[in-house]
Design a protein around this ligand. Structure first.
Ligand SMILES: Nc1nc2c(ncn2[C@@H]2O[C@H](COP(=O)(O)OP(=O)(O)OP(=O)(O)O)[C@@H](O)[C@H]2O)c(=O)[nH]1
Ligand SMILES: [Mg+2]
Length: 415
């Protein structure tokens, strides 16, 4: 059976028929006619979890730099004063990834449902060597996929800060703490490995030993592990340690209010000398003004747009921050579009079309035939799938096609 469907719920109905015909029964799984439950079940299917689990970003930084304020506006969380004050408690929340391309597709299809992708943020107490010795605290950070390091650049005598405002110094201090924490772990494991290798030599243990010695040298020369060149095998080998300095990092400059905020935000990286550090492997920088973002988050969309333009801004710093985090995580979005649902799907960059189909549903991956593919802007330009097909901008791609950020895909499958 070949069916081209742009929307997910079409696919789920297709599943009903095909699974029924093959007589596969899943007593614990819902009827696939029920779309809500079908999606819930999709969340449980293994390939879905691999590709579509919300990526986690840990918000770190020195005391009183604006971490919790940023977390609150990102995730629209309502924290009690008690939760805010407790440094041992991590706050976890989800932020929708804003995507203007998806919004524009939705304007074309007018779907019943519009689904963005999301990023999960974890806000922990202030970082420091003592805090990192706390296993609970460290565990929260080890579990994230990337770090957003909030750095204070705003001046406010009422809010204490160690010394002068000096973002680069603060960044180096925090990097140092991350590296010390990793070094402790590396040394402990090396000691253990040395003992084990005396008892029994295996190729795998020797490889791990060599790799960790390399990591130790890297850390001792005060370079984070995210800058160490590694083969994919080596990466896998040390994945289990969840080293903190290995995680991609986004430096978030929290700058003060200004009437020329647009210009200030743009120039902040240069002004605070972050250009070099942000251009290193797996690193990036962005600037926000926490105060203004807090005000924006209380406004209606229309008021927010007016407010932004009065500061000479096209988009909120928050939107940019979420987008940059997404890029740093090494993921891209492709879309499915239809009258029932327009939806963004998150897959690792360089995914093949067949793998991307698996992000929607494992059955689509298994029974993949081809993907009708078009760039989001070409689809908008054509005005409809039929027009795009007539113009030849709607392509038929095979299973090995590398999905591009912004592709709209329509998976043809036999199932
Ligand atoms: N002037 C100014 N004050 C800010 C800004 N962001 C946060 N603050 C204030 O700084 C104080 C600390 O903010 P939090 O968001 O709690 O900072 P934090 O980094 O989570 O603090 P700890 O978790 O205690 O380390 C609060 O009084 C905020 O109102 C900002 O952009 N400008
Ligand atoms: Mg806090």
């Amino acid at each position: 059976m070949i069916a081209g469907l742009f929307a997910y719920d079409g696919v789920s109905q297709q599943r009903t028929a095909s699974l029924g015909m093959k007589g596969i029964s899943h007593p614990s799984k819902p009827s696939f006619v029920d779309l809500g439950s079908a999606l819930a079940w999709a969340f449980l299917s293994s390939s879905f979890i691999l590709t579509e689990h919300a990526m986690k970003t840990g918000i770190i930084g020195l005391p009183q730099v604006g971490k919790t304020s940023l977390f609150t506006i990102l995730t629209k969380a309502h924290l009690s004063d008690q939760a805010r004050a407790n440094p041992r408690e991590a706050h976890i929340g989800v932020a929708k990834v804003p995507d203007d391309r998806l919004d524009r597709l939705a304007a074309l299809y007018n779907p019943k449902k519009l689904t963005h992708t999301s990023v999960e943020y974890v806000d922990v107490g202030a970082i420091g060597q003592e805090a990192l010795k706390d296993t609970n605290y460290a565990a929260h950070l080890r579990n994230v996929d990337a770090l957003a390091h909030v750095v204070r650049a705003f001046d406010d005598p009422a809010i204490p800060h160690v010394g002068e405002i000096d973002p680069l110094r603060d960044i180096k201090n925090v990097e140092f703490d991350l590296m010390i924490s990793d070094l402790g772990q590396v040394e402990k494991r090396l000691e253990r490995l040395e003992k084990d290798l005396k008892k029994m030599k295996t190729a795998e243990l020797e490889k791990e030993f060599e790799l960790l010695k390399k990591a130790k040298a890297q850390l001792e020369s005060e370079k984070p592990l995210r800058e160490m060149q590694m083969t994919p095998e080596d990466k896998k080998r040390i994945k289990g340690f969840m080293f903190l300095s290995e995680k991609p990092i986004l430096y978030v400059l929290n700058i003060g209010e200004s009437t020329e905020l647009g210009k200030e935000l743009e120039e902040a990286g240069n002004r605070y000398k972050l250009t070099e550090i942000a251009s290193r492997p797996n690193a990036g920088a962005t600037a926000i003004c926490g105060k203004v973002e807090a005000e924006l988050s209380e406004m209606s969309d229309a008021d927010a747009a007016e407010f932004l333009s009065s500061y000479g801004l096209k988009e909120s710093g928050l939107t940019r921050l979420i987008r940059t985090t997404y890029r740093l995580l090494g993921v891209i979005s492709f879309f499915t579009a239809g009258e029932d649902e327009c939806r963004a799907w998150q897959v690792p960059a360089n995914s093949r079309a067949q793998e991307a189909a698996g992000a929607i549903h494992s059955d689509l991956e298994k029974h993949f035939i081809r993907a009708e593919t078009i760039r989001w802007d070409q689809l908008l330009e054509a005005g409809s799938e039929a027009n795009a097909r007539a113009k030849g901008t709607l392509r038929l791609e095979g299973k090995d096609y590398i999905v591009q950020d912004g592709d709209v895909m329509h998976i043809r499958h036999s199932g």
